[in-house]
Design a protein around this ligand. Structure first.
Ligand SMILES: *Cc1c(COP(=O)(O)O)cnc(C)c1O
Length: 399
């Protein structure tokens, strides 16, 4: 089995929804992936912020295997220990009192949208989100997403989603009507180009929510679970949200999503309001329990912050070495973007392809920045390896 054969088989059966790189991955360990031709890649994407403890983390794999040989699925008609343990950990380490579990990010946002509408009461259904945002691919999550390219061809989208220009509180306030029930945003826009919300801006959104009796929903699907150097990104903004949504890194690769909220907001749902067949699946939850325990371990998050600073400093240094290409780092913790100079923005995809050829995985986000999302267990030596590969690619491109 080699790349060529596997890729040909894949291309002959799948609907063509993904622009894929020419590699069929067969094995992963830590920050490395191996493809079917035996090529080894340094992974600075981690399955798009999913495999935060690295590929096949031994404790996660052991928990998956143990749970898979005990109990795989029973539905939510019954209680199970792994999902209860996970919910307890989420509640004990966040603002939240209550949890709902599902299987993906989009589903977590769907749950948040439904909960906000229920909690809003009769006639209050509008949700304001931000331009440049990304909230997932179900129809409601697409409608919430503030980028026209995700809407095109799928209209009519569900009603009640309004987009505010990024960074402008006064404009945002003008969009609030008696029908508004919530404001939804990412603390840092990931797909939109690694764009953190200014702290005062998110604090101002919180104040608007309080003033107009709206729920603040934070989509922490990409930036939650330690990615920014705190377990949840909101902790660094000095605010308390009403709802957060999680997925991606929660199960280190097993599909799981969650919605966290307060006792008060949770009371809007009653038995039958919302449900998921697979949500809180014992195997996925057993993995997520180990993820939480590992991230909460002594020094783990401080190390993410320190390595995030190291990566950002390296990217800034590269920008100074190659001012024609790089325009500085932006991000929080280990979600970092390297902004490109206006002339090199059109060549972003080419840079990513050249990195791929050099054995390094990264991507181009929001049509603006090179995005780096290494496993949180990345070493400084691996960060140096990325920086050296980038320097070689940049030098080649200036030749
Ligand atoms: C990935 C992502 C989603 C969608 O998650 P899926 O698991 O692909 O449905 C939603 N919001 C943000 C911020 C994301 O990064």
């Amino acid at each position: 089995m080699n790349n060529q054969k596997l890729i040909a088989r894949s291309n002959s059966v799948f609907i063509n929804t993904y622009g894929r790189y020419p590699a069929a991955m067969i094995e992963g360990k830590g920050c490395r992936l191996t493809d079917a031709d035996g090529r080894v890649f340094l992974d600075f994407l981690a399955g798009i912020a999913v495999c935060s403890l690295g590929h096949c983390h031994p404790a996660v794999t052991a928990a998956i295997c143990a749970q898979a040989s005990k109990l795989v699925h029973v539905s939510n008609l019954y209680h199970t220990l792994p999902q209860t343990e996970l919910a307890e950990l989420l509640v004990a380490n966040s603002f939240a009192d209550r949890v709902f579990m599902c299987n993906s990010g989009a589903e977590a946002n769907e749950a948040a949208i439904k909960l906000a509408r229920k909690a809003g009461g009769e006639g209050r259904y509008e949700i304001i989100s931000l331009e440049g945002s990304f909230h997932g691919r179900t129809l409601a999550a697409v409608a919430a997403t503030g980028q026209a390219k995700f809407h095109k061809g799928f209209e009519p989208l569900p009603a009640g989603f309004i987009h505010a220009p990024f960074g402008d509180l006064a404009e945002l306030e003008k969009l609030i009507t008696p029908q508004t029930c919530a404001i939804l945003c990412e603390p840092l826009q990931g797909e939109g180009g690694v764009r953190p919300l200014p702290v005062e801006y998110l604090q101002g959104i919180r104040t608007l929510c309080d003033r107009h009796n709206l729920l603040l929903i934070l989509d922490e699907i990409q930036v939650g679970m330690g990615r920014t150097g705190t377990l949840f990104a909101y902790e660094q903004f000095g605010i308390t949200p009403d709802i957060i949504t999680l997925a991606k890194a929660l199960g280190n690769g097993l599909p799981i999503g969650a919605l966290l909220t307060s006792e008060k907001v949770a009371a809007a749902f009653e038995p039958g309001s919302h449900a998921s067949t697979f949500g809180g699946n014992p195997v996925a939850c057993a993995a997520a329990v180990v993820v939480m325990q590992t991230m909460l371990g002594e020094g783990f998050l401080a190390d993410v912050r320190a390595k995030g600073e190291y990566l950002a400093a390296g990217l800034n240094k590269l920008s100074r070495m190659f001012p024609a290409i790089g325009a500085g780092a932006r991000g929080m913790g280990l979600i970092q973007g390297l902004a490109l100079s206006p002339e090199f923005i059109p060549r972003g995809p080419e840079i990513v392809n050249r990195l791929f050829e050099a054995g390094v995985l990264a991507n181009f986000a929001g049509g603006l920045v090179l995005r780096f999302l290494p496993p949180l267990v990345v070493s400084r030596a691996e960060i140096d390896e990325l920086l050296a590969a980038l320097a070689r690619v940049f030098a080649e491109m200036l030749d």
